[in-house]
Ligand binder design. Structure first.
Ligand SMILES: NC(=O)c1ccc[n+]([C@@H]2O[C@H](COP(=O)([O-])OP(=O)(O)OC[C@H]3O[C@@H](n4cnc5c(N)ncnc54)[C@H](O)[C@@H]3O)[C@@H](O)[C@H]2O)c1
Length: 367
């Protein structure tokens, strides 16, 4: 139990466009150029819309803390430091991940359109958030992509068989565009649950699913507080040794190959900021001799979705479908923000210089 569980006012439901305007106002007040404030708001609100509240507006307090710590660098842009045609190395310079990843994908997309393929190694970005956002950017351009990401120097996940935190929540993502249909988007943390989901559970006073956490002595627990109060425990990797193995490859492809850094004794605790490195491979499906690729992909999806439902299951989803359904629902009904998260965002807005009066004005409008 935590102190947030005692008084529990109702969760707010905020229309996406109004939440977007509030987020933009916060970052404009912090000193972001209008385009930066827009890209950050686009990303955070889209994460909430897709149901990934762990990567939505609830990240604002963490970003403000990083800014106050002189870690997050406002108004930085992606810098191509090596260009060999189909391989780009891009320095993020602790700039807003929502900006430098967007720009790195723009460069990779242009190159993949020209050459058929482009591998982009983005290093040193401040938190790049929901990775599906970057895969969707590639998919909108008609391009296939896969992304290996590390959370550099910030271990939260125990290795398979280990009892302390050694690895980041290292997400993997892959997307397949389908003309005339929504893309298939697979996007997940290689931990059993994303760290942000333990924050959401902690703020809401809820337990996490069994198998997701171990305490500081390596014992299984359902209590999200082991991730938010000392003595600290760890997340577990999903899928046992397989998830651990994928997390390790995300660490090495994302952190080492990009010229960034991986997690080990020398890189531990070098920053309080969340630093992501990402290897993105972006491919033009038209570059293959595969005139039936679309029909084959569609036939496969139809085939698996025709499976009889297992007991207790009410429908089957293709990768990316739960997020699409949630998006439609939240666009219609508004985005739920729990009171603890809302108060933390308001405090962050004040920290970056928003006046009490303006913060109250936003709260009154959005409540
Ligand atoms: N930037 C970072 O450092 C960082 C670190 C970790 C995670 N993340 C992000 O956190 C987000 C949440 O990750 P997560 O591990 O909690 O995701 P999750 O466990 O909710 O899994 C999401 C994926 O599984 C698919 N899916 C969900 N339910 C399904 C079902 N019933 N049938 C078929 N497919 C289904 C979704 O379409 C999606 O592709 C991701 O967007 C990830 O990119 C970011």
């Amino acid at each position: 139990m935590n102190e947030n569980q005692t008084a529990r006012p109702a969760t707010l439901r905020i229309p996406a466009d109004q939440l977007h305007a509030y987020v933009k106002a916060i970052w404009a007040r912090a000193g972001s150029a209008p385009r930066e404030a827009e890209l950050v708001a686009d990303h955070l609100v889209a994460a909430n819309l897709t149901g990934h509240d762990s990567h939505g507006v609830g990240m604002i307090p963490r970003y403000v803390a990083s800014l106050a710590d002189a870690q997050l660098q406002l108004n930085r842009h992606a810098e191509v430091v090596k260009d060999v045609g189909a391989v780009l190395t891009v320095e993020g310079g602790k700039g807003f991940g929502q900006v430098v990843a967007f720009e790195a994908m723009e460069q990779g997309i242009a190159r993949a359109r020209r050459l058929g393929i482009c591998a982009v190694g983005l290093r040193g970005a401040h938190h790049i958030g929901r990775i599906g956002h970057w895969a969707e950017q590639c998919a909108r351009a008609g391009l296939v992509s896969f992304h290996f990401v590390n959370v550099a120097g910030d271990p939260l996940v125990a290795p398979f068989g280990g009892a302390d935190r050694r690895i980041g929540t290292n997400p993997f993502c892959a997307a397949y565009p389908r003309p005339g249909k929504p893309p298939l988007v697979l996007d997940f943390a290689t931990s059993t649950v994303a760290y942000g989901k333990t924050r959401v559970a902690y703020n809401q006073g809820k337990a996490v699913p069994p198998g997701a956490l171990i305490d500081h002595e390596g014992r299984p627990t359902l209590e999200p507080k082991v991730m938010h109060e000392a003595p600290f425990g760890s997340l577990t990797p999903f899928g046992g040794h397989k998830g651990f193995g994928l997390a390790a490859m995300c660490e090495i492809f994302g952190g080492a190959l990009s010229g960034g850094f991986t997690t080990h004794t020398e890189t531990l605790g070098t920053t309080n900021a969340i630093i992501n490195c990402m290897l993105s491979v972006i491919v033009d499906p038209a570059a293959f001799d595969a005139p039936d690729a679309q029909a084959e992909a569609d036939a496969f999806i139809d085939w698996v979705k025709a499976s009889p439902l297992a007991t207790g299951v009410d429908r089957l989803y293709e990768p990316g479908e739960p997020e699409r359904i949630m998006r439609a629902q939240r666009e219609a009904e508004g985005i739920p923000v729990d009171p603890a998260t809302w108060a933390q965002i308001r405090a962050a807005a004040l920290t970056v210089g928003m006046s009490e009066q303006d913060a109250e004005g936003w709260s009154a409008r959005l409540r």
